[in-house]
Design a protein around this ligand. Structure first.
Ligand SMILES: Nc1ncnc2c1ncn2[C@@H]1O[C@H](COP(=O)(O)OP(=O)(O)OP(=O)(O)O)[C@@H](O)[C@H]1O
Length: 284
């Protein structure tokens, strides 16, 4: 693993019956950066995410997460709850999964349930009397308040989560994931369905998480304006294989990526690449 990589995916393959959804895919995500995983529909982005977060066990390959402390975890060998708890990887899903009947604040406190239970010593007496529990409860509220501020949701703390606008619910999900103290935050299409104002608020939140908290972020995203604006590094998949990897600028101008997004078949690829190169050459 290179010095500053938080995640290293090596020769990852995932087979569903006869379908090779991921085929010998390798890439790294660097610490303190926003890495975007992009590609046409069915390219395998969600499958890669599901392998990283333990929802699927890969058919082959290694996924190594290295924490700030230097401690390494082989994610493909851990159960999904251990990936969250021990390796400190948090995720959100394409569909919003909040407790819509609970308030915004309660959603953030529920996320810290494990810490609170540990502080209680797992006894009712602990809940009622232990100073350790009272301290943990105060810290949980403080952490929730911090993330409500960051997500621009402090005014809505006591409202049911289900009453929030779609964009605010997305930010609440991210705030909730951050309350678990992750080293790597994985976001599955965070900008899907957002209007331009909500998209801007999302960008502000994600930039803050990277710059102020130093948390590394991996995201799957279809909205290219979001990808180009906030990513430090982009990995492009097509038919389960990596076809490009680099800065947003590099990837945007990569003829293979352009061809993939135009839906060009393999046999036409060389022709498409030379066409694109000719156009690009003509622009200089
Ligand atoms: N559990 C599964 N069982 C069988 N096939 C699956 C399963 N999950 C994904 N696939 C297949 O694997 C391929 C990759 O799917 P995946 O959802 O990872 O792509 P994606 O890039 O996330 O697509 P999208 O952008 O549409 O969400 C697709 O052909 C899909 O049908």
């Amino acid at each position: 693993m290179t010095k500053d990589a938080i995640l290293k995916v090596e020769h990852l393959s995932m087979k569903f019956g006869g379908l090779m959804a991921i085929n010998d895919c390798s890439f790294e995500a660097r610490r303190g950066e926003i890495t975007a995983l992009i590609g046409p529909n069915g390219a395998g982005k969600t499958t890669v995410f599901n392998c990283i977060t333990g929802f699927y066990k890969p058919t082959m390959g290694m996924i190594t997460l290295k924490q700030r402390s230097g401690k390494e975890f082989l994610l493909e060998r851990l159960a999904d709850f251990e990936i969250t708890k021990k390796a400190k990887v948090a995720r959100t899903f394409q569909n919003i999964r909040l407790f819509s009947g609970l308030t915004v604040l309660e959603n953030l406190l529920v996320a810290q349930h494990n810490d609170l239970m540990r502080a209680s010593g797992y006894t009712v007496l602990g809940l009622l009397g232990l100073p350790g529990y009272r301290k943990a409860a105060a810290e949980a509220i403080e952490k929730a308040r911090y993330w409500l501020e960051k997500a621009d949701l402090i005014e809505r703390a006591d409202d049911p989560a289900g009453d929030l606008s779609y964009g605010a619910q997305r930010r609440l999900e991210i705030a909730r994931a951050m309350c678990t103290g992750p080293e790597l935050l994985c976001l599955d299409e965070p900008a899907a369905g957002l209007n331009p104002k909500e998209s801007l608020a999302l960008n502000t939140l994600l930039n803050g998480i990277r710059d102020d908290n130093g948390t590394s972020i991996m995201l799957i995203e279809h909205d290219m304006s979001v990808v180009m604006e906030i990513s430090d590094h982009v990995v492009v998949l097509e038919y389960g294989k990596k076809i490009s990897d680099g800065t947003p600028e590099h990837v945007k101008n990569d003829p293979k990526v352009i061809a993939a997004y135009l839906g060009v078949e393999d046999e036409e690829l060389e022709e498409a690449i030379s066409d694109v190169e000719a156009v690009a050459g003509g622009e200089h």
